[in-house]
Structures are given as structure tokens and as C-alpha cells.
Design a protein around this ligand. Sequence first.
Ligand code: SAM
Length: 240
Amino acid sequence: MRIDVVTIFPGYLAPLREALLGRAIEAGLVELGVHDLRDWTHDVHQAVDDSPYGGGPGMVMRPQVWGEALDAVLGEEPARLVVPTPAGRPFTQATAQAWAAEERLVFACGRYEGIDQRVVDAYADRGPVDEVSIGDYVLVGGEVAVLVMVEAVVRLLPGVLGNPVSAQEDSFSDGLLEGPAYTRPVSWRGLDVPDVLRSGNHAAIARWRRDRALERTAARRPDLLDALPPDALDRADRAF
Ligand code: SAM
């Protein structure tokens, strides 16, 4: 997969080269390009923003500079353009799974009051464009949202996680939150690991894990239970 990020703060994306993602880049599983939007400005101040039409506070990012930058970065090869914005559709695990099958993702990081809407509108004629939000809160810029999304996508690429089964068993994969996990020691501060996990009875362990996942999802995210397809729960689940 090829990932490009256009930003006015390239340094913000440095963590993409750390740890698991850094190893994925070194292994050639991911190619990463981080581009400074100001490289496509032509004035001495390298301005990327201007005051909003219609008045109001803040500044809006200019379409011309974004147009030149995206023309250059997108080039002729097919790519999905992603524009983070709190006003976007929610980014979810399903989005991460869908994007993990893409050849190229290009992220456009907004700042200030965001990017002139005509940028999204213009590129929507050329290929897929997604305006996405990572949650119902407002960040200062799109860079942190890109770190979140790229990490969620890249860990799903074949060969990135040491054990690919761990992604299949994560929260959201079966529509539920994952239940609690334990490791050694058996007793810690008067709290014990549940006996069933040390029983060696794989069926009983699977049932216990499923029950805890259902219990946790019902308590914390009942909306996820409501969204399950009708055949997602078996008889034992319903008995629970
Ligand atoms: N005026 C915009 C609004 O209310 O929808 C907020 C702009 S925000 C201060 C500046 C930039 O931060 C956005 O263009 C976007 O790139 C990023 N951003 C902020 N919150 C975000 C979120 N929840 N998800 C994704 N990107 C976000």
C-alpha cells in the first residue's frame, strides 16, 4: 500500500515511522510520503489560508494551493482521497477494513476552519473522496486524525501483525467489544484470574469469552448489540 499525507506540519506525522508502522515501512509493506502543503505556495509568506466568505471567525484553507498539491501528489494513478473533518462520516473498524484493501490512500490534513469545500467537490469527479470524522469532538488539525486512521488501517495489512488472528478477535470484528484479558501472576493484589481461563477446557474458555464480550457490549455499547444482524446471536448467546 502507498500512503501520502499532505499537511502544513509534516513533523506531526513522524510517529508513523515508529514501532509497528515503522517496521511495516522498513519491510516494504507500506510506502509513506509526507508532503508540506507550503511547497505549493507561490507568495513570500507561503500563505495557505484566507478569510471566510460570508464572514465569521477563523480562516479557511485556500483551494488553489490544495489543488496544486493534490494534482501533484495524486498524479494519474488511482487513489482514495481522505479528508478528515469533524463534519465527516464516522471512521470505524469497517472503514479501516475496507481501506486496507486499497492500493493508495492520500490524506489531506485541514487546519483552521477546514479546507475550501470546492476541493472535495472538484476531486469527487476524479475518484473516491471520503470526508471522515474520528469522533464527536473537534481537534486543531487533521494530522492526529490521520495518525489514528493510518494506524488502524496498516495493522490490518497482511504481514504487519505478528499474529493475524489477533486482529480477527479484536473488538468490532464480530460486532462486539472484546472481553477482559489476563496474564501471569494468577493472583495480584487479592484479585484472581478466572478459573475457567486456566482450566484447559477450550470450549468452556470460548463460551466464557463470548459471554464476557456480550456482557461488556451490553453495558458499554448497547448500540452495537442493536446493530447486529439477526443471525449473529446463537441460542447460547440469547440464553445469556
Ligand atoms: N470548523 C470545523 C467544523 O466545525 O466542522 C472544524 C475545523 S477543525 C478546528 C480543523 C481541522 O481539524 C479539520 O479541518 C480537520 O482536518 C481536523 N479535525 C478536527 N476534528 C476532527 C475530527 N473529529 N475528525 C477528523 N478530523 C478532525
